[in-house]
Design a binder for this molecule. Structure first.
Ligand code: PEP
Ligand code: MG
Length: 560
């Protein structure tokens, strides 16, 4: 038997086969590389390479659409647009005009965009891979190197890569690829999204993945996030049997969320826009618990027009005629910087600065335009529209937001609880609004004083920290309905604990819904309460998780 490697499981299921790696990386062209002096010819060569990449991406998009992968085509067409971006061409022209060789000029021009995306929050940072892929394709053409891509294989294989680009994955044959494993990437990377769409097991962020020799047989468990090297036949069959049992348990768990004894816990989806509605519905979401509206505002110099906002909101609202949609007003600042709403002045700690509702108080016109667009979008629809503000600290801020909502004709105002002060004094905020939604991502960051953008502090960014659970309890007990919409809600074990703490709904990324639904359906409300009490009595995140699991016997059925 070989060793086990641990990464992050982002698409469940088990796959076993020989490893095939994506063709070698394109090297960085040396800094300071100069061209021979004919800047015009060099510029033509560089722009022609970018155009050739764009045309190739479009052609791959057509091939993807021909095998029914319309999403793949859309992603590839978006990449082709990036390759043809006039700003990028200007950057290349400028650098070549200054004497830089074409390949290096392309590398540097992409670098500017790369930095912008990398600093624009987790979702946008995941798009950096798309950008790197376009850059590498163009540089490979310019340097006469093989274009990076998926290997050929005469038997089904486990595809291993540093990270997967849409151009690679969109043309993959799902019958040939039994699993994806990448060294980089996160839950919102393309590898994760495409693997889930294709139903292929995937493990990302696996340190050392690219050092596994081609041909090595591995067993990938996309739920546990593990890769077992050289598995025995019995290990493969045991893993398959467990995955099959879980898959059938998940298929059987349908309908509205509830505990085994019938305590209803609506299960909702986190979305970034109308594009995410389909996955939410496919996974049985009873509505939307967090619509992150900032995606409509990113990457632009001016806010979207009132009509554009109204149209996007209406598309989402129309999809849930019998459900609810919780829209979050613009959460600008800190990890979600917006070009047209810069922080006023220099902020040494942006996460503690002007962000969320604080930023909207500086720009009340942006807030009222958004609230009015929402009210218009909901007019005449049966859906229950709830609107909440991010980063609210005290009762005065909650009252300010509720008044702004009322003025715009929004009937159901709420606030996110993501600042420890708001959680501890939730009873002061409760009379001002109709509901709370706990953002455990930020609540954990602030409770543990650990910046969520710093990977090295991951152990402190754990919502299992008993201090975080201690902050959830007063918010859930303050007398207004209280959901959770941070990542914690999508952890099936923690979801049971949150319900035991009194949380009334759970909102998560769509693929997490079935497992959470199944975990809740296997436990009574009392079992959830006991698990919650045991977790709060623990002295560390690890102990809290173990203590909760010990009181949730139904998890075993799900292989958890
Ligand atoms: C949170 O902080 O938990 C949350 C849901 O908001 P975001 O991750 O968008 O900051
Ligand atoms: Mg937040």
């Amino acid at each position: 038997m070989g060793g086990v490697m641990q990464g992050a499981g982002v698409s469940p299921g088990v796959g076993s086969g020989p490893v095939r790696s994506i063709a070698g990386a394109v090297p960085e062209p040396p800094a300071g590389a100069r061209h021979g002096g004919d800047a015009a010819a060099e510029t033509d060569t560089a722009l022609a390479a970018l155009e050739a990449v764009a045309a190739d991406l479009e052609e791959r998009g057509e091939r993807a659409a021909a095998v029914g992968n319309d999403d793949g085509r859309d992603v590839l067409n978006a990449q082709a647009l990036m390759a043809r971006d006039p700003g990028l061409a200007d950057g290349v022209r400028g650098a070549i005009g200054g004497g830089t060789a074409a390949a290096r000029a392309v590398f540097d021009a992409f670098g500017v965009y790369r930095e912008m995306l990398a600093g624009a929050g987790e979702y946008m940072a995941a798009r950096v891979t798309d950008l790197d892929d376009i850059r590498d394709r163009a540089i490979a053409r310019l340097l006469g190197l093989p274009v990076p891509g998926v290997p050929e294989s005469d038997e089904p294989f486990v595809l291993v890569a540093r990270d997967l680009a849409p151009a690679d994955t969109a043309v993959l044959d799902p019958a040939q690829v039994v699993a994806f494993v990448t060294e980089e990437g996160g839950p919102t990377s393309h590898t994760a999204i495409i693997a889930r769409t294709m139903g292929v097991p995937a493990v990302v962020a696996l340190k050392g993945a690219t050092t596994i020799a081609d041909g090595t047989r591995v067993l990938v468990d996309g739920a546990a996030g593990t890769v077992l090297l050289d598995p025995s036949g019995s290990e493969v069959s045991a893993a398959r049997a467990a995955a099959d049992a879980r898959a059938s348990a998940l298929r059987e768990s349908t309908g509205p969320g509830a505990t085994r004894d019938g305590h209803a816990v609506p299960l909702l989806a986190n979305i970034g826009g109308p594009k995410d509605v389909e996955a939410a519905l496919a996974n049985g979401a009873e509505g939307v618990g967090l619509y992150r509206t900032e995606f409509l505002f990113l990457d632009r110099a001016t806010p979207p027009s009132d009509a554009e906002q109204e149209k996007a909101y209406r598309k989402v609202l129309e999809a849930f005629p019998e459900g609810r949609v919780v829209v979050r007003t613009l959460d600008a600042g800190a990890d979600k910087p917006l070009a047209f709403l810069p922080a006023p002045g220099d902020e040494p700690n942006p996460a503690l600065g002007e962000r969320g509702l604080r930023m909207m108080r500086l720009h009340p016109d942006v807030l009222s335009a958004q609230l009015s667009a929402l009210a218009r979008a909901a007019a005449g629809l049966t859906v229950k529209l709830q609107v909440m503000a991010p980063m609210v600290t005290d009762a005065a801020e909650a009252a300010f937001f509720a008044a702004a909502c009322r003025e715009a004709g929004i009937e159901h105002p709420g606030v996110m609880i993501e600042v420890p002060a708001a959680a501890l004094r939730a009873r002061d905020l409760a009379p001002e609004v109709e509901f709370f939604s706990i953002g455990t991502n930020d609540l954990t960051q602030y409770a543990c004083a650990a910046d969520r953008q710093i990977g090295g502090l991951a152990h402190l960014q754990d919502p299992w920290q008993p201090a975080v659970l201690d902050l959830v309890a007063p918010a859930a007990g303050a007398g207004v309905s209280c959901g959770v919409c941070g990542e914690a809600a999508g952890d099936p074990v923690l979801a049971c604990v949150l319900v035991g703490l009194g949380v009334t709904s759970l909102s998560m990324s769509a693929p997490s819904l079935p497992l959470v639904r199944a975990a809740l359906a296997r436990h009574t409300l009392d079992e959830c309460r006991e698990a919650a009490a045991a977790a709060r009595a623990a002295r560390s995140a690890g102990e809290a998780k173990d203590a909760a699991r010990a009181r949730l016997p139904g998890l075993a059925d799900l292989g958890l």
